[in-house]
Design a binder for this molecule. Structure first.
Ligand code: GN1
Ligand code: MG
Length: 367
């Protein structure tokens, strides 16, 4: 991937290599996510404006772009088959890729590797949750999504990011970054390092249970942030799940834990004022209810009982990833200010501490 932002003419050239009819009006950048660069184009077609979403995929993070695209196509096809020609499935829509003029699912150009989706109009994404109704909806949508993938043969999916869900692996990455400390940053985050290290035992629980068969391997979404759900502007209902980059075999509760981490948060993911950081119990409860509703009986009793632990574990895991990237010199997540990844790590660890205090209130009983 080229690091610099593509110029306007370059962008126009890129989007015109996709099989879109009409006349190109404009291409704008859209701030979304920590990994790819995202743009929206507007085209005039028979007097009507039609929009498309374009992403320059980050091939420093995803080394195997063909594998990423293969997974996205496999999952979309699986869902589309269930839709049997209908526009929606259980009220949900599925993202549609637009092929290139050469009929390929992505473009390899001078300015990087690109994919294009139809823009889903009349929907909005949220970085902060507006209340329990929205939290329930997001969780229901991700639960539904995961249960729809239960009958997809996981061997059809490639492991695009090896060990992506493994907390022991994230702990190792953190320890490696700490040992190397290439930017000499460890000295300024001793407390954070101490917090992470004191909880290292937690990292092995899920891996042990997966190995012993106590919990199953399932195909998961892998990035269940609230802003990966498109909400209908008219009804407020979740309408589409986006960002299928990390759809891979994993454990179901990764999706649940990441939902709580982000959607039940009382602050932004990179809030600097730690007094604002925490986990909202009402939102948490709504997420539990929505997730159980969406998965509709597919989770085992053990999985249900692990829900509060998963919330803590995934929050801890993402905290480890942010801290490791801070120590390594911000080589993975995009940053836009000094100590950005450290701030993000601190927010995650503060939420973990808060969830430890709330452990009793967060318990879930198998229903
Ligand atoms: C990254 O780029 P975005 O926001 O979709 C990351 C997730 C993290 C998330 C933390 C491929 O997702 O795993 O949970 O940031 N995606 C990848 O905000 O590493
Ligand atoms: Mg993502």
């Amino acid at each position: 991937m080229k690091d610099r932002q593509p110029k306007s003419e370059e962008l126009r050239h890129v989007v015109q290599q996709f099989a879109i009819s009409g006349e190109l009006k404009e291409v704008r950048s859209l701030q979304r996510g920590h990994i790819h660069d995202t743009f929206v184009s507007t085209w005039s077609e028979r007097g009507r404006d039609v929009r498309f979403l374009h992403q320059r995929m980050n091939d420093k993070v995803f080394h195997d772009i063909p594998a990423v695209m293969h997974n996205i196509e496999t999952v979309s096809k699986h869902l589309r088959k269930k839709m049997a020609g209908n526009r929606t499935l259980d009220g949900f829509r599925v993202l549609d890729l637009v092929n290139t003029n050469e009929d390929r699912s992505y473009l390899v150009g001078d300015a990087g590797q690109w994919r294009t989706y139809w823009f889903i109009e009349n929907t909005t994404t949220f970085d902060q949750c507006s209340g329990t109704k929205q939290a329930f909806e997001a969780a229901r949508a991700f639960g539904w999504f995961q249960s729809q993938l239960a009958d997809l043969d996981a061997s059809n999916l490639r492991e695009t990011l090896p060990k992506f869900f493994s907390t022991p692996y994230r702990l190792q990455q953190f320890q490696d970054a700490l040992n190397e400390d290439p930017r000499n940053r460890a000295k300024d985050c001793a407390e954070d390092i101490k917090f992470a290290t004191a909880r290292s035992e937690m990292a092995f629980v899920i891996d042990r249970m997966l190995q012993s068969g106590e919990i199953p391997t399932r195909t998961v979404h892998g990035d269940t942030k609230l802003n990966n759900v498109l909400f209908c502007d008219r009804t407020g209902r979740a309408e589409c799940i986006v960002d299928l980059d990390t759809c891979m075999p994993g454990y179901s509760l990764y999706d649940f834990g990441d939902l709580v981490r982000f959607t039940a948060a009382t602050s932004d993911e990179d809030e600097r004022d730690l007094s604002k950081v925490g986990t909202d119990l009402n939102l948490y409860r709504a997420i539990v209810d929505g997730y159980l509703d969406g998965t509709n009986g597919t989770l085992s009793k053990v999985e249900v009982e692990l829900m509060p632990f998963a919330a803590r574990l995934v929050t801890y895991t993402i905290g480890l990833r942010f801290l490791a990237d801070h120590l390594a010199g911000d080589v993975y997540f995009k940053v836009s200010r000094e100590n950005h990844n450290l701030d993000r790590a601190r927010v995650q660890f503060r939420m973990v501490a808060r969830m430890e205090e709330l452990a009793d209130a967060m318990a879930v009983e198998a229903r």
